[in-house]
Write a protein of this length. Structure first.
Length: 73
């Protein structure tokens, strides 16, 4: 029952807790605002937030081809 006293589980980001947001921002090497935006977009599950953030910081070869307008090289 003691686990229920914790405000958030270890795999959740509590956006109403500034220290939680700061900790996750540091862990994921992003700004606190990016954490807030990602949670708003995908929910508070840390793994989903991490995937969302990685997706915004990286591109695939297909993305690069589309960005360059060379779809049929």
């Amino acid at each position: 029952m003691n686990a229920e006293k914790h405000s958030a589980s270890p795999d959740r980001i509590a956006t109403n807790d500034a220290s939680s947001v700061a900790d996750w921002a540091r862990k994921l090497d992003v700004s606190e605002q990016q954490i807030q935006d990602a949670v708003a977009a995908v929910g508070d599950k840390a793994s989903d937030v991490e995937l969302h953030l990685k997706g915004t910081r990286s591109t695939t070869n297909d993305d690069r081809i589309e960005q360059n307008g060379a779809g049929n090289a």
